[in-house]
Design a protein around this ligand. Structure first.
Ligand code: GUN
Length: 297
């Protein structure tokens, strides 16, 4: 068997086009969604992310406010900026790029964001609503993974799903989304025993470990849907580097039913979902809680 390759780039482009179309409609009511991005320090990966966010927000008709601050910025200064952004009517989404410098209390900064403007879905109010099955802003990466799974598996009910990784940003919300879609969910982590055995039973595998090729192809159940969240840079053997996921792609390709590539799988979905969350935050802010939101699908 050769797996179907799930084209995250194309799916993300389609979502961005839908966001842009709805943004254009809102513009007729003089509503322009606004996203504030706060970047502290000079982390090169974060600078690349923020650059892509700016470009894609502009292309979708979303106004963009960049706040680039020196690495010496402290917790109180960041909270004060967040409070200023909370109060602004032209800012509907606030994203504080992670990781923040170690000297900053990240949890306190994220907690200061108005939950209505928390387009990352990291605030306890949104995480709690998601866990309770209430309407919530869902973190962008797991939402993107769910959209990709639905591409190849419209009926998820009863499927055995494995989430590898228990982070607040990916693993935990991913498990909640799969549960909401009636999957039987297992969350594996660094202390899990017999991961290959659990993989062998799983019809959906979402790998969010952060270690190159941590999941071997021959662990997978034949026909499984494999979503690879990992973005790891490794030496390619010729003095250069390349990006690989958390799953051994070549091995998995021969065994899975469908798989996301790295790059070009989950990565592009994250920003597309951020734009979706920003648009929907603007709709709620201006048109009320009952207004129809743009669906992720
Ligand atoms: N750093 C890496 N990914 C993300 C993300 O999705 N949101 C934020 N805020 N920071 C990140």
């Amino acid at each position: 068997m050769t797996a179907t390759i799930i084209d995250g780039k194309a799916v993300a482009e389609h979502l961005r086009t839908r966001v842009a179309a709805r943004t254009a409609t809102l513009a007729q009511q003089a509503i322009v969604p606004g996203l504030a991005v706060v970047l502290v320090g000079e982390d090169p990966a974060s600078q690349v992310y923020v650059g892509s966010k700016t470009k894609q927000a502009e292309a979708a008709g979303i106004r963009h406010f960049d706040h680039r601050l020196p690495v010496s910025t402290n917790t109180a200064q960041l909270i004060s900026l967040v409070q200023e952004l909370n109060a602004r009517r032209d800012v509907h989404g606030i994203l504080v790029q992670l990781p923040l410098p170690a000297s900053v209390d990240s949890a306190a900064v994220l907690a200061a964001i108005d939950p209505a403007k928390d387009v990352d879905g990291f605030h306890a109010v949104n995480a709690g609503r998601l866990a309770l099955g209430q309407e919530a802003t869902v973190p962008c990466t797991p939402l993107g993974c769910l959209i990709l799974i639905r591409q190849v598996l419209p009926q998820m009910a009863g499927k055995r799903a494995l989430v590898i990784g228990r982070s607040n940003i990916v693993g935990k919300p991913m498990a909640q989304l799969l549960l909401q879609n009636d999957c039987t969910v297992t969350i594996a982590h660094s202390r899990t025993r017999d991961l290959p055995g659990i993989c062998a039973e799983s019809e959906i595998v979402v790998a969010a470990i952060g270690r190159p090729k941590a999941v071997a192809g021959d662990w997978l159940r034949p026909g499984a849907v494999v979503i690879d969240v990992g973005i790891n840079r490794i030496a390619d053997g010729s003095g250069k580097t390349k990006l690989v996921g958390d799953v051994d792609y070549a091995g998995a390709l021969a065994r899975a039913g469908a798989i996301t590539p790295v790059p070009g799988g989950v990565g592009p979905m994250t920003i597309a979902c951020l734009l979706l969350n920003t648009l929907n935050a603007a709709i709620r802010a201006h048109l009320g809680a009952k207004a129809e939101l743009l669906s992720p699908y």
